[in-house]
Design a protein around this ligand. Structure first.
Ligand code: KG4
Ligand code: ZN
Length: 343
């Protein structure tokens, strides 16, 4: 069974084909960074317009590259939420219409379920149940992945997502968008100990996060300073250190609380080398295994949508022709996928 996956929830257009026999055949995306860069963040209307321009050419190119015909596609999975409504509607409308024209089923996939299951596309896969740390520009959450489709939210951010905080602080420092990689690069020249930023909520018992206090503290610090390259690097260092610390403290607590031996890290912030290093250290300390999906599966992509859609279709989920998108959609409201149905 070949499933075409379409991801358009935010600022990356992703298209992929998952083959239930051979695995992932192709995973391509088109980034919108250049479009949103000058605004320092994603502009929803521009995101939706660019998805309109990119989805069909990307679908054509993945078919050409895999030498598949439209008639070789057995089903279409598209991101139905959560995300930006206009952006979601592009993928949903194109996915649904193509499926109608090709007389094949289509299914709307929960974007976060896609992220949670993306490590299953790697050679080395975690064993269920496992813990997942999802860290991106829109989300910061710790999820207990009990079984396929059964997810329990252990903690999430009460305000800004960690990636969003990186993006906003980077723009205050005059660094380019997206802010995460810029701050990481700038921090390599930073000196430890020049600035000390707070680790919000780290003393708090809950597994929730908060990043707006750190962001505000960091911005107020900048306001009192004259920025030069060294000061900028020192600030980037202190910010990255505090943000990563806040994530690792909660991850440690969640691992202890669940007693799970596998943890996966997904989302764009998962590319951060300091985060990876600190989690690897923690994993060794607690004798657990940490999985870092490859970058192309870590950030928004069509492969995870194709795969999650495949699992649901195979387990008997189906949808009617009329469709909707869900800009806000609780992960815990999903129906379990009975794995006996998937072979
Ligand atoms: O998952 P993603 O590509 O898109 C969504 O937000 O869904 O994540 C993008 C976010 C941006 O906020 C970006 O600044 C952050 O991930 N990011 C990083 C790094 N690379 C990307 N944050 C910290 N360090 C990085 N190396
Ligand atoms: Zn995402």
């Amino acid at each position: 069974m070949n499933v075409l996956g379409i991801e358009t929830s935010c600022d990356d257009t992703g298209v992929a084909i998952y083959d239930s026999n051979q695995g992932l055949l192709i995973n391509r995306f088109s980034s919108q960074i250049d479009i949103h860069k000058i605004y320092g963040g994603v502009v929803p209307e521009l995101a939706a317009r660019d998805h309109i321009r990119k989805v069909m050419p990307l679908i054509k190119s993945v078919l050409e590259e895999t030498k598949l015909k439209k008639s070789n596609i057995d089903a279409i999975a598209y991101t139905a939420g959560p995300g930006l409504v206009g952006a979601l509607l592009v993928g949903a409308t194109i996915g649904r219409s193509l499926a109608l024209a090709l007389k094949i089923p289509a299914i709307g996939v929960h974007h976060m379920e896609g992220h949670l299951l993306s490590p299953m596309l790697e050679n080395e896969t975690p064993e269920l149940p496992f813990l997942s740390l999802l860290v991106s520009g829109g989300h910061t959450m710790l999820v207990d992945v009990q079984s396929l489709g059964r997810y329990s939210l252990l903690g999430e951010t009460r305000d800004d997502a960690v990636g969003e905080a990186f993006d906003k602080f980077a723009s205050v420092l005059g660094l380019s968008y997206p802010g995460g990689p810029s701050i990481e690069r700038c921090a390599t020249e930073g000196q430890p100990g020049h600035f000390k930023f707070p680790r919000p909520m780290s003393g708090h018992d809950s597994l929730d996060f908060s990043f707006s206090g750190l962001k505000t503290f960091a911005i107020q610090t900048v306001d009192k300073l004259k920025l030069d390259d060294q000061v900028r690097s020192d600030l980037a260092y202190a910010f990255q250190d505090a943000a990563i610390d806040a994530l690792v403290v909660k991850l440690k607590r969640a691992l202890k609380q669940t007693g799970y031996s596998d943890v996966i890290i997904a989302g764009g912030v998962g590319a951060n080398k300091l985060l990876r290093h600190r989690i690897a250290e923690l994993a060794q300390q607690l004798q657990v295994k940490a999985y870092f999906p490859s970058l192309e599966l870590c950030t928004d992509n069509g492969a995870m949508i194709a795969y999650a859609g495949y699992l649901r279709l195979k387990a008997g989920f189906s949808e009617e022709l009329n469709y909707a998108v869900y800009p806000r959609w609780s992960l815990e409201s999903l129906e379990p996928i009975h794995s006996e149905a998937i072979v």
